[in-house]
Design a protein around this ligand. Structure first.
Ligand SMILES: [Fe+2]
Length: 373
């Protein structure tokens, strides 16, 4: 099913139309801690409730949400006999909502992780997501991440994709500057990693280019909190989400998770720390290409990427990426020998397979020494 994209224009007229078209009477509203700051949509939903549509709030989850929170969300969805799911928030809120939607019609109460292993029974529950950061692009993907018994669970199913995405740049207005920088960096890394991924297609590369072009075009205004630039960045992040929906992410993301947990660097900050080093390293190592399309293809691909980033070829493109990183003034964490050891062991091997150049353990270690201080 094609996803419908709507905007906040004319006092969210398209949202009213969507609610009417789907005959929504009683929706679960999954929202995170940003919600109290979102004056526009909050006031709109108060008006929606005043018309008699019930909205059952659900915010009983944290960033890096637990499976148990999803189980609780499914319980609330069933208890109130909800007929739709609305998600308003960052990636975690949208991921929780995806799982609630996906699991709401499965048998049982989800105890002992049963939803994670049960065969999915597709459902057509109306599902709208409104991202409140220009970052994860989660509203465009079939992926969700939850944690069960300390382990990351990656859920991927076509029915996770919201049938409607509400793009409201007003939501970005009150974001702290660091969060704006880090979420934008995440979107940029999605577009870049998707572009060089071994899974890339003409379609995914088209989305990547649109995302990168959008990031570059709107970066200045976005950092100044200009409404139009915020809208442009939201769209760029959405295209980056569509790109990784096809390809998934690669080594930058595989290597960044441990940086986030060890140094409390936000996810996108950590991803950009990695990609700014991986890109120039790749240019010098395309002879280790594992993309079946071959070394010449990869050389060309990295050149194309460099041009999209505002350079004339791969090398100058990698310089541009480094300049973007420097411009954001994001910190470079300092690691101890023990932390370097932990980083090397903490890389997600599945995502490394999407990276077009073979990465051995000693190379990963050397790269971390360039990524960090
Ligand atoms: Fe990401």
């Amino acid at each position: 099913m094609e996803q419908t994209i709507i905007t906040a224009a004319e006092n969210y007229r398209a949202l009213d139309e969507w609610l009417a078209a789907k005959n929504v009477k009683n929706a679960l509203l999954v929202r995170d801690s940003s919600y109290p700051f979102l004056t526009g949509i909050r006031e709109k939903l108060l008006a929606v409730e005043a018309r008699g549509i019930r909205l059952i709030p659900f915010s009983d989850f944290q960033p890096n949400p637990l499976y148990e929170s999803v189980v609780e969300g499914v319980r609330v969805f069933r208890e109130h006999a909800c007929d739709a799911v609305l998600a308003i928030g960052g990636g975690s809120a949208i991921d929780v909502a995806k799982c609630i939607k996906l699991y709401s019609n499965l048998p049982g109460d989800g105890a002992d992780g049963s939803y994670l292993t049960a065969p999915i029974v597709e459902n057509r529950i109306p599902f709208l997501a409104m991202p409140t950061t220009a970052g994860t692009g989660s509203e465009a993907t079939r992926f969700a991440v939850v944690y069960y018994e300390g382990a990351k669970q990656s859920i991927a199913h076509i029915s996770c994709i919201p049938d409607c995405a509400l793009m409201d740049p007003g939501a970005l207005k009150t974001l702290p500057l660091y969060q704006k920088k880090a979420t934008m960096a995440d979107a940029l890394c999605h577009a870049i990693e998707s572009f060089w991924s071994v899974n890339s297609t003409e379609e995914s590369k088209g989305y990547s280019i649109r995302a990168i072009t959008g990031v570059l075009e709107h970066l200045d205004g976005y950092l100044l909190n200009d409404d139009q630039a915020n809208a442009g960045m939201l769209e760029a992040a959405h295209f980056a989400g569509k790109a990784i929906n096809i390809t998934q992410t690669t080594a930058g993301h595989a290597m960044c998770y441990k940086i986030t947990s060890l140094f409390r660097a936000a996810h996108g900050h950590a991803a950009l720390l990695c990609d700014r080093v991986l890109y120039p390293w790749m240019i010098d190592h395309t002879d280790l290409c594992i993309d079946p399309r071959g070394k010449a293809y990869l050389d060309g691909c990295l050149n194309e990427l460099g041009k999209a980033l505002g350079g004339t070829d791969a090398r100058t493109g990698a310089d541009q990426l480094r300049k973007i990183f420097e411009r954001l003034k994001l910190e470079i964490p300092e690691a101890t020998p023990a932390q370097y050891e932990e980083l090397k062991r903490g890389v997600n091997p599945v995502r490394l397979k999407n990276f077009p150049v073979a990465l051995e353990s000693d190379v990963i270690d050397a790269l971390y020494h360039q990524i960090l201080r």
